[in-house]
Structures are given as structure tokens and as C-alpha cells.
Design a protein around this ligand. Structure first.
Ligand code: ADP
Ligand code: MG
Length: 309
């Protein structure tokens, strides 16, 4: 079984020559990033996923876990409408799973990194007798002259989501995160995004970050919530809707725009990923409601996933 250093060396060779923005990548005591990577304002995000908490093995494979570890970070960069640049990967590898498992994990990270032009510029590799723990720090640049924050929605704004929601954890879709990096950049270049967030904890919970936490409310149209086909079709409709609202790990975008910009998006969508108008921002602080086509109105509770002690 190769040791930590041989594994790192394999990884370094797999990553290959660093692009101009990364003066020194894997192999020295720290990475050295050239101004083109860290010029102006830099986006930095870190996420950690652990066996037993975020996934179990099986059904998750090493490759899928590597993909997800970078995917969740990419989704955060997307949520700022940013462009990812460099990643740093820290792992605690379970000794019992062996070197091929580590190789597969790194391959999962590298495949997605290549897809989005991300350079793996450093990290830390440990082998132990505990479960798998993977943490990635991802850096990025702002696009369009500014990052798009969670704050900034205004009363009357239209709320949109990309893709469709629900069933991600049960189906295993959460492992195959498709970060909406290009979609967010395209939207940012086309309209004035007032507020933007990625959906990790479920729409009902993440909605509050751009509304309630900003002293605003929201009214969602129940029949407009896009329910993912991963939510079993034989469930009662209300249950399916609840799953779309609460399940989480969708890694779709939720954003607020003016009604004029919202109409432009509906008239000529700038992205191929489906865009759904789902509701409106209300001026009333702390009021989130769900309106049904038949006139029924219910209060929208934050039912999404929450880590608890
Ligand atoms: P140090 O003892 O200085 O932390 P390491 O032996 O841990 O050095 O790492 C050697 C080099 O390999 C460093 O440049 C580090 O960034 C890189 N590295 C180690 N593990 C990883 C990893 N999992 N992914 C990317 N780079 C890594
Ligand atoms: Mg180290």
C-alpha cells in the first residue's frame, strides 16, 4: 500500500502543470497564487463532508464522494455568480479502504475540477482508522463587477428557481451535484440579480435567508413549485410538494429580480436549464406563505434540513 507521500505524488502528476494564475501548486509548503487569481475581490468558501453524516459507503462510491465534495463548493461560488479558480483538498482517508479508494476519490474531484477550469492547488492528506472526511476550500473571482449576495431583494421582486426540487437524498442525486456556475454567470450578465442563493437546505428554509433574514416576506405559488421526478409520483400531491419544499440538497439557484427583469427571463430565458417563476417578495417582515390555486393559503414553515446537536 503506498504511503501518503506517494499518493500525493500521484495526485500531483494527475493534476499536471499549473496554469499561469497558479505560480506554485501542489508540492511546496504553500501554494503561490499570481495576481490574476487573487486580484481584486476573491471569493473563498470551505465545506466539509463526512462519512456517516453526509453519505454512507455504500451506496456512495469514492468517485461520487469526490465529485460531491467539490460540487457543493462550486454551488456556493455559483450562489455568488462567481467564477471558480483554485481548490484545496483536505482528506482523512480510512486506512481500511486502501489506495485505490483514495485514487477514485481524487479522480472524482479532478473530473469536476477540469469541467469547471478549477486548479487543485494544494491540500492535506492523512490516513487514519476513522471514517472518511473530505474538506475542500474553493476560491473564485467575482463576475459582472460584483458578487451577488443574499441581501438585496426588494418588496415586489419576483422569485425564481432553476431546475426542479425534491427527492435528491433518497434518489442519490445529491451525490451528482450539477453546480449552476454557468447559469448563475449568464443570469448575472443578463439581468440585475437582486439576491441569489443556492438551495442546499431546502427551498422552505433557504428562502428565509433572502427574505425573512432581510426583514422581508415571501408568497410562493404552490402550483409553480417544480417538483423533481425523483419525488415518487404515487405520493399524494401535498406530500410531493412538501418534499420539494423541504428535502434539500437540490443545489439549484434561488434568486430575486424586479418584475421587469423577471418578465424578460420568462420571454427569453438566457439559459437552457429550466427557469421557474415561483412567487413574489413581500414587504411584511417574517411572513412566508404558500398560495394554492383553489384559494387555500398556508403559512410556509422552514421544514428543510438542519444539523442539530
Ligand atoms: P506539509 O507537510 O508542508 O503540509 P504535505 O506533505 O502535507 O506538506 O503536502 C505536500 C504538498 O502536497 C503540499 O503542496 C500540499 O498542498 C499538497 N497536498 C497534500 N495533500 C493534498 C491533497 N489531498 N490535494 C491536493 N494537494 C495536496
Ligand atoms: Mg500537510
Amino acid at each position: 500500500m503506498p504511503n501518503e507521500f506517494e499518493i500525493i505524488d500521484e495526485l500531483r502528476r494527475a493534476v499536471g502543470a499549473a496554469p499561469p494564475g497558479v505560480e506554485v501548486g501542489i508540492g511546496d509548503d504553500t501554494a503561490v497564487l499570481a495576481p490574476s487569481v487573487s486580484d481584486g475581490r476573491t471569493l473563498v468558501t470551505v465545506d466539509l463532508i463526512a462519512e456517516g453524516s453526509h453519505f454512507t459507503i455504500p451506496p456512495a462510491t469514492a468517485r461520487q464522494i469526490g465529485h460531491k465534495a467539490l460540487g457543493v463548493n462550486l454551488s456556493d461560488i455559483a450562489a455568488m455568480a462567481g467564477r471558480p479558480t483554485c481548490a484545496f483538498l483536505a482528506v482523512e482517508l480510512p486506512r481500511s479502504r486502501g489506495a485505490d479508494f483514495a485514487r477514485e476519490l481524487f479522480a472524482g474531484v479532478q473530473d469536476l475540477a477540469r469541467q469547471f477550469d478549477v486548479t487543485l492547488a494544494g491540500g492535506d492528506t492523512n490516513i487514519w482508522d476513522g471514517p472518511l472526511i473530505v474538506s475542500i476550500t474553493l476560491m473564485g473571482e467575482i463576475t459582472g463587477g460584483r458578487p451577488v449576495l443574499r441581501s438585496g431583494a426588494r418588496p415586489g421582486d419576483w422569485l425564481f428557481v432553476t431546475g426542479s426540487l425534491g427527492g435528491s437524498l433518497a434518489s442519490g442525486r445529491h451525490l451528482a451535484v450539477r453546480p449552476r456556475i454557468l447559469e448563475a454567470q449568464k443570469l448575472h450578465a443578463t439581468v440585475d440579480l437582486h439576491a441569489l442563493i443556492d438551495l442546499s437546505d431546502g427551498l422552505s428554509r433557504d428562502l428565509r435567508h433572502i427574505t425573512v433574514e432581510q426583514g422581508l416576506g415571501a408568497c410562493l405559488a404552490a402550483e409553480r413549485i417544480p417538483i423533481h421526478p425523483d419525488v415518487p409520483a404515487d405520493l399524494p400531491h401535498d406530500v410531493r410538494l412538501q418534499r420539494a419544499l423541504d428535502d434539500g440538497e437540490d443545489f439549484e439557484l434561488l434568486f430575486a429580480v424586479s418584475p421587469e427583469d423577471g418578465q424578460r427571463l420568462l420571454d427569453s430565458p438566457p439559459i437552457e436549464t429550466p427557469l421557474h417563476w415561483i412567487g413574489t417578495v413581500l414587504p411584511d417582515a417574517d411572513r412566508c406563505q404558500l398560495d394554492f390555486a383553489n384559494g387555500r393559503r398556508v403559512s410556509l414553515e422552514a421544514g428543510g434540513f438542519e444539523h442539530q446537536f
